[in-house]
Design a protein around this ligand. Structure first.
Ligand code: MOS
Length: 770
């Protein structure tokens, strides 16, 4: 989540002077675990039902909450009638702005340029049930708490709200001329200008200058947002809350309820997906805690699918202009990527669609300019690949248009314009093998340029498309603890959650490798603010962040073990230096003498110690300031478009990625695939339909908001370069979000290749092809 990265950039830009290049690990270990396709270590708990998700904490005297949502987009509540609900069977309390407990405004991550430090991670800073104002259609205006969920929902249906409606701003097209420059675009300047792009464009041999549009999207995680909140006698609160960042929830709730952060405990171990929707704190979590305080009992608040659409903002729509000028040989001379997206006055999330143009292609002149307007809606937020997901739709469609115009192979066009330095900053790349990934992908896919509308299979027109994928590398400081017990087992601890991506599995592999233990001797305790503070699971950063901290903690622990077992003792490791050792076979051994060494268990037992442990905090991510660091990929697909109906079927997919070292072949492949599947949804079906008269979301269900189902998804082949980046711990880059990027452009380009029709507005539905 780039929102968090703003804090980092702020801290780093003030302090970064010099980055020492990575020193080799002083202690040797065998590279026998990372990279293996180890099945998920949390898999058995999930498939047996032993894993408890937030909504499943059945505390004693648990009461259930249901929300009443506003039905207007803007105005005030004139009257709220709660008597019928209060008198209904099982209802314990009806909480409105008239009787809600005192709460502070939720703290949002402030704009980077403001210089403020984040005090929380709320998506919106509007007071929650703080007054009678309505700011969006779907805003929670009352909470009904009852003995059972059915009774709470029935109670909620009985609450009558009378509004004084005001005229809302709901039409993007009506207000886009008011677009203004935001303070920042998630840590980046909203405007970059290198050379005279407009001038170079108008003087170019070949010019592509187009407008691309993408609609609103909503995250539809398998597990809708859920919280169980319980207050204790000491005025503290515990929340079981479906989250990507338990410490962010803790700090936000502490601010809202005016508590010391340590009075708030947040538990979120297993999370059924999130895609960015659980990186912020939304009204539901705050209202659950407020309700639990009012009724003096634990309260359960699980959003319905419709509730998620109402309360949790998705991805903003965008209108983007991409203009590219090139010479006759295909060399790009100017790139312009500008545009507008609507957001709200109470949130702070400009969709950073200009990102890929900052990083992908060499050009003499570059202009990026991002603007925003404000609408009266639920505030938008990060959604998988925020920025590049929709930014690559525009940029990579335009690249395809340029290739067609020039009559060159789109693959060759990328080769001609490969950036040697980061175009927007001039920084060196830490590791970039995009061309290698592209070439390998093209070979494996069987890529060859084919004329538009030249392939047919009965009534089906067939076409191929390709598009680049990109997502930047982010790392956050994290604190972790590693313990080795006298029985030779190890325990890893940090507050990170397992959002389903394989984080836990990879860290177990990593620690096992560094410690020289088999993976089944390593367990991981996670998902709880009682544990050391992890990095958030956002911006594809959690794994890389934890790798660094666990590397440091393992080293610290092993030095401690050596100090216990080495000098001054008569054990086999006496008079050994740390850099003479190798971790293997459950202990430390001399690398120059295979027989000299001792297992951790033997050392601890000999010394009568129950365990040894070490904690480490990784430092600020200086490397991401010194170097341009990105994950890359090239997406290749084949589509079939029915000439009679306009139906688009994705027939074949190959994603070829360059994301540093791949840490687990199985979970990584699954991450890439998941991103591509989500991209197929964005390309062909996903669109949050929004009534511009009322501000109501018209399709808040999976019956009407269409995510891909099995029949929509072909076999997806994944390959990767697996070339380590020497500037990150473990050589890895993030992989969680890049999979979705480039996908909608690859499909649009394939649709053009099949039909000769260029679709510049997502989703590519049948009506646009007929
Ligand atoms: Mo992400 S969309 O940064 O969780």
């Amino acid at each position: 989540m780039s929102a968090f990265s703003r804090l980092m950039y702020l801290a780093i830009q003030k302090t970064a002077r010099y980055l020492p290049d990575k020193a080799p690990d002083p202690l040797r270990h065998r590279h026998d675990q990372l990279g293996r396709p180890l099945p998920r270590v949390d898999g058995p708990a999930k498939v047996t039902g032993e894993a408890r998700f937030s909504a499943e904490f059945k505390l004693e005297r648990l009461a259930y909450a249901s929300l009443v949502h506003s039905t207007i987009a803007k105005g005030t509540i004139a009257k709220i009638e709660t008597a019928a609900a209060e008198n209904a069977d099982g209802v314990i309390a009806v909480i409105t702005h008239e009787n809600a407990p005192k709460m502070q405004q939720p703290p949002i991550v402030p704009p980077f340029n403001s210089g403020e430090r984040p005090k929380g991670t709320a998506a919106s800073d509007l007071p929650v049930l703080g007054d009678n104002k309505v700011h969006w259609n779907g805003q929670p205006v009352a909470v009904v708490v009852a003995e059972t969920l059915d009774q709470a929902e029935h109670g909620a249906s009985l609450v009558r709200v009378l509004y004084r409606a005001e005229r809302p701003r709901l039409s993007f097209d009506a207000v886009k001329h008011e677009a203004a420059t935001p303070a920042d675009v998630l840590g980046e300047e909203p405007r970059v200008e290198i050379g005279e792009a407009e001038k170079r464009l108008s003087g170019a041999d070949v010019v592509i200058d187009r407008i691309y549009r993408t609609p609103r999207h909503n995250h539809n995680a398998l597990e809708p947002h859920a919280t169980v909140a319980v207050w204790d006698e000491n005025g503290g609160v515990t929340l079981f809350d479906s989250s990507q960042y338990v410490y962010g929830v803790r700090d936000t709730m502490a601010a809202v309820f005016s508590l010391e952060p340590k009075k708030v405990r947040v538990v979120s171990k297993y999370v059924g997906g999130s895609f960015g929707s659980k990186g912020n704190v939304w009204n539901n979590t705050i209202l659950c805690a407020a309700a639990a305080r009012v009724v003096g009992r634990p309260v359960h608040l699980a959003l319905s699918r419709r509730g998620v659409f109402n309360v949790v903002g998705g991805r903003s729509m965008t209108e983007q202009r991409v203009a590219i000028g090139a010479d006759r040989n295909g060399r790009i001379t100017a790139i312009i990527h500008t545009g507008v997206n609507p957001t709200t006055t109470h949130g702070a999330f400009p969709e950073p669609f200009g990102a890929p143009a900052r990083y992908l292609y060499a050009t003499d002149a570059l202009l990026i300019d991002q603007k925003i307007v404000h609408l009266d809606t639920v505030t938008n937020a990060a959604m998988r690949g925020p920025g590049p997901s929709v930014g690559t739709f525009a940029l990579e469609s335009a690249m395809d248009e340029l290739a067609h115009e020039l009559g060159v192979d789109p693959l060759a066009l990328r080769r001609i314009n490969e950036a040697r330095k980061e175009p927007s900053t001039g920084r060196e790349f830490s590791s970039r093998h995009l061309l290698e990934a592209s070439q390998r992908g093209a070979t494996k896919f069987g890529w060859q340029p084919r004329a538009p509308r030249s392939q047919r299979d009965g009534t089906w027109l067939v076409g191929q498309g390709m598009a680049a994928a990109q997502y930047h590398v982010v790392r956050f400081p994290a604190t972790v603890r590693v313990r080795i017990n006298a029985d030779g087992t190890a325990v890893l601890q940090t507050s990170a959650q397992e959002n389903g991506m394989g984080t836990v599995t990879v860290q177990v592999q990593h620690a096992a490798e560094r410690l020289g233990l088999p993976v089944d001797k390593v367990t991981f305790e996670y998902g709880d603010t009682n544990l050391p503070k992890s990095a958030p699971a956002g911006a594809s950063s959690q794994t890389v962040s934890l790798l660094q901290a666990f590397r440091d903690a393992c080293e610290k622990l092993q030095r401690e073990v050596l100090s216990l077992a080495g000098n001054g003792s008569h054990g086999p490791l006496s008079r050994s230096r740390f850099d003479q050792l190798e971790a293997r076979d459950g202990g430390l051994f001399r690398s120059d003498d295979a027989h000299r060494g001792e297992t951790y268990a033997a050392i601890l037992q000999r010394l009568g110690r129950e365990f040894v442990e070490a904690e480490a905090t990784s430092g600020l991510p200086f490397e991401t300031i010194k170097y341009a660091m990105h994950s890359y990929g090239m997406q290749f697909c084949e589509v079939r478009v029915n000439e009679a109906s306009g139906e688009v079927r994705v027939a074949r997919w190959l994603g070829s990625f360059d994301c540093g070292r791949i840490l687990n072949a199985r979970t990584a492949t699954s991450q890439f695939r998941g991103g591509i599947i989500m991209g197929i949804g964005a390309a062909l079906t996903e669109e949050t339909l929004f009534d511009e008269r009322s501000g109501r979301i018209m399709n808040p269900s999976l019956a009407e908001y269409h995510v891909p189902v099995h029949l929509d998804v072909p076999h997806i082949e994944i390959i990767y370069t697996d070339i380590p980046d020497d500037h990150t711990a473990g050589g890895a880059h993030g992989i969680g979000e890049i999979g979705i990027t480039g996908v909608s452009a690859a499909i649009a380009n394939a649709v053009f290749n099949a039909t000769g029709k260029r679709i510049r507005e997502l989703p590519i539905t049948l009506d646009k092809l007929l």
